[in-house]
Design a binder for this molecule. Structure first.
Ligand SMILES: Nc1ncnc2c1ncn2[C@@H]1O[C@H](COP(=O)(O)OP(=O)(O)OP(=O)(O)O)[C@@H](O)[C@H]1O
Ligand SMILES: [Mg+2]
Length: 254
């Protein structure tokens, strides 16, 4: 059975959908089968970020209510043939029960190596449904007090959902501000939250308008590749442009 991973945060707008899309692309690049589910209530952000919105015919609600088969609702990515998206429901997601959602996630896990669930913001019904269907969680947090506080709440809730493994992704770090002690570093945030640091992602002005990292550049895309390797266990270190091992880091330290 494939791994079921929820990407969550508590606080909105911290980068869950961006991480889901780019991690999905990076995992698919390694050759494994990946399904992405947009579990955000009627807001269908993930299909926009993935540039697949014009190809949506059926959605999660149609699958849950038997209007189509799961395979009919899956959209194949145009970049990676082993990457699929199940778009968000146009109807109120509260009409999709926990068991309907979990059954869909389980069915996908029988078909794919990875199922990534893009959780809605908050810790109400949408969060409950997304986390209940998964066994692993990535908590996205930015170096801001509100985000760290909400991530702390979420991390505290995860064990009650039977989550077996979790960790944090610190997003939108600004190295200039960290260097001037105006922003907490990723490891300080991980210490504060007492959670494993899975990846640190820097503020990226080159992230495309739709939200996917620019594969032809260094920076974000390499970080996502390293994150994919970290998650799949094929490589240990997370990519850090400030690290002495990277040429870019060497220049930055000059
Ligand atoms: N590392 C980054 N550098 C620059 N911009 C980023 C980065 N990560 C995310 N963003 C931008 O931040 C915005 C919010 O990101 P995103 O939609 O992924 O957040 P979210 O947590 O899914 O939001 P919501 O809670 O509303 O679902 C987007 O415009 C996205 O492009
Ligand atoms: Mg989102």
């Amino acid at each position: 059975m494939g791994r079921r991973i929820v990407i969550t945060s508590g606080k909105g707008g911290v980068g869950k959908t961006t991480v889901t899309a780019n991690l999905g692309l990076a995992l698919a690049e390694t050759g494994v089968g990946v399904a992405l589910i947009d579990a955000d209530i009627g807001l269908n952000n993930l299909d926009v970020v993935m540039q697949l919105e014009s190809r949506v015919v059926y959605d999660l609600g149609d699958v849950a209510h038997g209007a189509c088969r799961l395979k009919q609702a899956l959209i194949r990515d145009f970049r990676r043939e082993n990457l699929y998206l199940l778009p968000s429901s146009k109807i109120n997601m509260d009409k999709i029960t926990l068991s309907q959602f979990s059954a869909i996630v389980s069915e996908l896990a029988n078909m794919f190596d990875y199922v990534l669930v893009d959780s809605p913001a908050g810790i109400d019904n949408g969060f409950h449904r997304a986390v209940s269907a998964c066994r692993e969680a990535l908590v996205v947090v930015t170096p801001h007090v509100g985000s760290i506080r909400d991530a702390n709440k979420v991390i505290g809730l995860l064990p009650a959902y039977g989550i077996l493994g979790s960790g944090i992704i610190v997003n939108r770090i600004r190295k200039d501000m960290v260097a001037r002690s105006m922003m907490m570093s990723a490891s300080e945030i991980a210490n504060l939250l007492n959670a494993p640091l899975i990846a640190k992602l820097y503020e990226d002005d080159n992230i495309s308008l739709n939200g996917t990292a620019n594969a032809s550049r260094r920076g974000s895309w390499r970080s996502y590749r390293a994150l994919a390797c970290h998650i799949s266990g094929t490589q240990t270190p997370s990519y850090d442009p400030l690290s002495r091992k990277s040429i870019l880091g060497w220049f930055n330290k000059k």
